[in-house]
Design a protein around this ligand. Structure first.
Ligand SMILES: CC(C)(COP(=O)(O)OP(=O)(O)OC[C@H]1O[C@@H](n2cnc3c(N)ncnc32)[C@H](O)[C@@H]1OP(=O)(O)O)[C@@H](O)C(=O)NCCC(=O)NCCS
Length: 233
């Protein structure tokens, strides 16, 4: 599907969008589990440790190939669990906080907003993407606010047709209208498409860290990092 053959409207969130928005949000994050796992398992640390588990299992079990495979497989399974939980835990957390009450969180405050992209498909309106902004006090610019960008997601059925750019532009225009100093966002290193989109829009990478909502050891196991990007407006 391309934007040229379907008319997509970007509008403020309505309560009837709730289920579609939750599904797109969940799917848009869960798709990063496999790439995160592939990345983690190709790091020297995990290659070395899993080999140690295979060899250690083999030696300690009196040369049992089965126990060697179980031992190495258990370690790889644990890395997989960490990559899964890194995203699934975040999704659970968000679905119980801002995504639980989008009108209350984003629409009742003039400095916040939540938009959806919608198109008529087979005679029925369908949500194809979303983005949100929360206005926050800017510690580096007294009396000013900046916009934190959240929930940028486009349905996998209509990627690479410019909808991400349109959603980001909508959020940026809102921040300009509110006279915010900048737009900031955080993403994770496996979210390559998002990072490419933000770089294309003129965002700069300002910080790389590993402080996340999941326990520190878990993010360490994934070998992922949190990227903070910003754009002055
Ligand atoms: C990130 C995301 C919103 C992009 O949406 P999109 O509608 O496909 O993006 P666009 O079509 O507007 O792409 C605009 C530009 O971003 C860059 N880009 C987008 N997806 C890309 C990808 N998979 N690989 C490389 N560059 C990409 C390109 O520069 C692209 O321009 P081009 O198509 O002319 O080359 C979408 O991939 C998505 O929802 N991903 C899952 C959720 C997610 O990770 N969101 C980011 C949260 S921080």
């Amino acid at each position: 599907m391309t934007q040229s053959n379907v008319h997509i409207v970007i509008r403020r969130y309505q309560p009837s969008d709730r289920e579609a928005v939750k599904t797109i949000f969940r799917d848009g994050l869960m798709e990063h589990i496999n790439p995160a796992f592939m990345y983690a398992m190709t790091r020297p640390l995990h290659i070395t440790v899993s080999l140690c588990f295979y060899i250690g299992g083999y030696v300690m079990s009196g040369q049992s190939v089965v126990l060697a495979l179980v031992s190495g497989g258990a370690y790889i399974g644990f890395v997989c669990f960490c990559c899964y939980e890194f995203y699934a835990g975040y999704i659970r957390e968000r679905l119980n906080t801002d995504m639980q009450d989008i009108p209350g969180y984003y629409l009742n405050n003039p400095d916040n907003c939540f938009w959806v992209a919608e198109a008529e498909m087979d005679g029925r309106p369908q949500v194809l993407g979303m983005v949100a902004v929360e206005g926050k006090n800017d510690p580096g610019c007294k009396g000013k606010k900046y916009g934190e960008l959240y929930r940028m997601t486009v349905s996998s059925t209509c990627r690479r047709s410019g909808l991400g750019l349109r959603l980001a532009k909508t959020a940026e225009d809102f921040c300009k209208e509110r006279h915010f100093s900048k737009i900031e966002l955080s993403t994770t290193s496996p979210q390559k498409a998002g990072v490419a989109l933000y770089l294309r829009l003129g965002f700069k990478l300002i910080l790389v860290h590993t402080q996340f909502e999941t326990p520190k050891w878990m993010i360490w196991m994934t070998r992922a990092t949190i990227l903070v990007m910003e754009k002055n407006i």
